[in-house]
Design a protein around this ligand. Structure first.
Ligand code: PHE
Length: 356
């Protein structure tokens, strides 16, 4: 099967080295299993193999020929060694495929597990806290009528409070041809939609996305989530508002964070407040990563539903009272986990996302 070594009386030349290399490569292609590959190795690269013998005989040649043949033979050696390594891998692969088995010794490919986005996690956590207190979850449209986003909330056209929400208007007129539309600037329009659709008592929370035509910074995004809350029934007081929101904060932040209420103005509540949480401090450094100089971070607006809003949906404001609130879950996530920039939530950087 294998060529015999060149007879001693015939000196090798670069050409004869090439010819031997070609012959060897041809034979290697025909090799079909590991023992045959080993025979091939012995016959060319083994201790008495053709190429080995040739290299050993170089010293007997005259210097010019020795240099030329030596260089070619060394090249041939690495060519044959590489070809053998490749063929051995091919044979091993073919044997594995033929056996139909799995090579359990190979290192596994890591499977990257997906997970819920931190915003989704925090929205769900907040919703669960309120569901445990008897609220149900509803959702509403992100493209909203001016009517619900403003009018029904006691913010008529031209009302200066409209400046509180920089709006992204939709260049579209619906069938009636006169209803301006926008990307909702808050989830509060769902207060009116829910009350129109049902009689009291009402106890709902509304998670969803909102949009504002605003510059972004570490605590402001132009699109963000809000979670609206609304409870209307006979005899609801401001004490119920405070009790509910204290309980929410205790469930989400635990017992050791503080809460502060201050007076605030929103046209659809009276009285109106905002609620802040004591700023996050890094447990190891004691530093505040978010708004370093602030002791408090505002997380929501709230208040007692304005009688005009109740009357607008056909509820009797003499009989029914209620409270409403609207909070920013990303800010709550920031304060809970010490995230220093709200824009991380929308940057889709897996190094950030993986931490949750
Ligand atoms: N909708 C208000 C905002 O986006 C928050 C709010 C909701 C205030 C409900 C009071 C009651 O700023």
């Amino acid at each position: 099967m294998f060529a015999v070594s060149a007879p001693d009386n015939q000196s090798p030349t670069p050409e004869s080295v090439d010819a031997m290399t070609q012959a060897a490569l041809g034979e290697l292609d025909a090799v079909s299993d590991a023992p045959a590959a080993e025979d091939w190795r012995v016959s060319y690269l083994g201790r008495r193999g053709q190429l080995t013998m040739l290299l050993r005989g170089l010293s007997g040649l005259d210097p010019d020929l020795r240099r030329a043949v030596g260089a070619r033979a060394n090249q041939a050696k690495s060519t044959l060694e590489e070809a053998l390594a490749r063929r051995t891998r091919e044979l091993a692969q073919a044997a594995l495929e033929a056996s139909g088995r799995l090579d359990v010794t190979l290192p596994g490919r890591p499977v990257i597990a997906g997970r819920l986005h931190p915003t989704t996690q925090i929205v769900r956590e907040i919703c669960s806290a309120f569901m445990a207190m008897g609220f149900s979850v509803v959702e509403g449209p992100e493209v909203e009528l001016d009517h619900y986003n403003f009018e029904m909330l006691n913010i008529p056209a031209g009302h200066p409070a409209r400046d509180m929400w920089n709006s992204l208007w939709i260049d579209y007129r619906n069938e009636q041809g006169q209803q301006p539309m926008l990307l909702r600037t808050h989830t509060s329009p769902m207060q009116a939609r829910v009350m129109e659709a049902q009689e009291p008592p009402v106890r709902v929370i509304v998670p969803g996305k909102c949009y504002r035509y605003e510059a972004t910074d570490a605590t402001h995004e132009w699109h963000f989530y809000q979670i609206e809350g609304l409870a209307v029934a006979e005899g609801i007081t401001f004490a119920d508002l405070k009790g509910t929101l204290y309980e929410f904060a205790r469930r989400v932040f635990g017992d050791d964070r503080q809460i502060r209420f201050r007076c605030d103005y929103f046209p659809f509540v009276e009285p109106g407040v905002d609620m802040s949480i004591s700023n996050f401090r890094d447990p190891t450094t004691g530093q505040r990563p978010i708004n370093r100089d602030e002791d408090w971070i505002e997380i929501m607006g709230a208040g007692m539903v304005h009688p005009k809003v109740l009357a607008g949906v056909g509820y009797d404001p003499q009989r029914y009272t209620g409270f409403a609130f609207g909070m920013g879950p990303e800010r709550i996530g920031m304060l809970k986990y010490g995230i220093d920039d709200i824009r991380h939530f929308y940057s889709n950087d897996v190094r950030f996302l993986r931490q949750f």
